[in-house]
Design a protein around this ligand. Structure first.
Ligand SMILES: Nc1ncnc2c1ncn2[C@@H]1O[C@H](COP(=O)(O)OP(=O)(O)O)[C@@H](O)[C@H]1O
Ligand SMILES: [Mg+2]
Length: 262
């Protein structure tokens, strides 16, 4: 099961990704959670202790790893470097594990504008493809808004793109953009998870704005989730209600995966 979670900033991508990862892990799956947002904070949402969180070095900042694997000296963009660096051992060697979830933090690629190909970028992209295309249990990627940064092969290997939306026009706009982009690169299934829902009206509002898309489920606005962020706990450890809502979504994902394999 390979899932990429995207959506507008602040909608709850990290909250959802962390809870889904922990739930799969609790069910006994081997889970790799990928923090692919330059503004990385998935580790905290997963409940990693502060010391571990503070010690995390994103892959893109591992200068030696980047230059060893791509045979490039970092910062020298006009030099030749490998476009197919070895990455298969990186997940084992550079992830942190807590609560049964293995976390990979990718970091930022300062590419100086779109279209730039730099060693860090090549390595991260290849690492993502590797994670998606290999035959492992569960990969959950907490992404920035949009899916441009995924290559076609990677995107097609993903079982579900999940766009987290709030009951509001702005995040639905992001959903439509992702859906359009997805269909441009051959991704058929882009699903929605409604978050910060207050009532049935909110659910209906989202449902009525999905065109032919499907909402996998709804997560209600929950003070416990906010408080978990304040007290630096994993939202997974504080709310049974939210967990129940995540379970509905997880079960639907498994059902979709099963139908796809038929
Ligand atoms: N269901 C929810 N109920 C209440 N607050 C939520 C809920 N989901 C997310 N939040 C809060 O919204 C804020 C943004 O969530 P986050 O997961 O970091 O969003 P993103 O990763 O999309 O930027 C956080 O303070 C989080 O605690
Ligand atoms: Mg986030």
């Amino acid at each position: 099961m390979k899932i990429a979670v995207t959506g507008k900033g602040g909608v709850g991508k990290t909250t959802f990704s962390s809870m889904l990862s922990r739930m799969f892990a609790e069910d006994g799956y081997r889970v790799v959670a990928v923090d692919a947002d330059p503004d990385a904070n998935l580790a905290l949402a997963l409940g990693f202790p502060r010391e571990v969180y503070d010690s995390i070095v994103p892959i893109s900042e591992m200068k030696k790893l980047v230059s060893d694997r791509t045979a490039a000296e970092t910062g020298t963009f006009n030099k030749m470097f490998k476009l197919n660096p070895k990455v298969d051992d990186i997940p084992e060697q550079h992830c942190q594990e807590y609560n049964g979830v293995r976390l990979l933090t990718l970091g930022t690629v300062d590419s100086g504008g779109s279209g730039c190909v730099c060693p860090e970028h090549v390595l991260l992209k290849r690492l993502c493809s590797h994670l998606i295309l290999q035959n492992k249990d569960v990969v959950v990627m907490d992404m920035e808004a949009g899916i441009e940064h995924l290559g076609r092969g990677t995107a097609q290997g993903v079982d579900a793109f999940i766009v987290v939306v709030e009951p509001g026009e702005r995040s639905l706009q992001t959903y439509r953009k992702v859906k359009k982009l997805g269909s441009d690169i051959g991704v058929k299934q882009v699903f929605v998870v409604g978050n910060k829902i207050r009532n049935k009206d909110d659910e209906d509002f989202i449902k009525s704005n999905l065109e032919d898309g499907e909402a996998l489920g709804f997560i209600y606005y929950n003070q416990d989730v906010i408080n978990s962020d304040r007290s630096n706990q994993s939202p997974y450890d504080v709310s049974t209600q939210t967990k129940d809502e995540i379970k509905v979504i997880k079960d639907r994902l498994l059902q979709i995966k099963e139908n796809k394999n038929k």
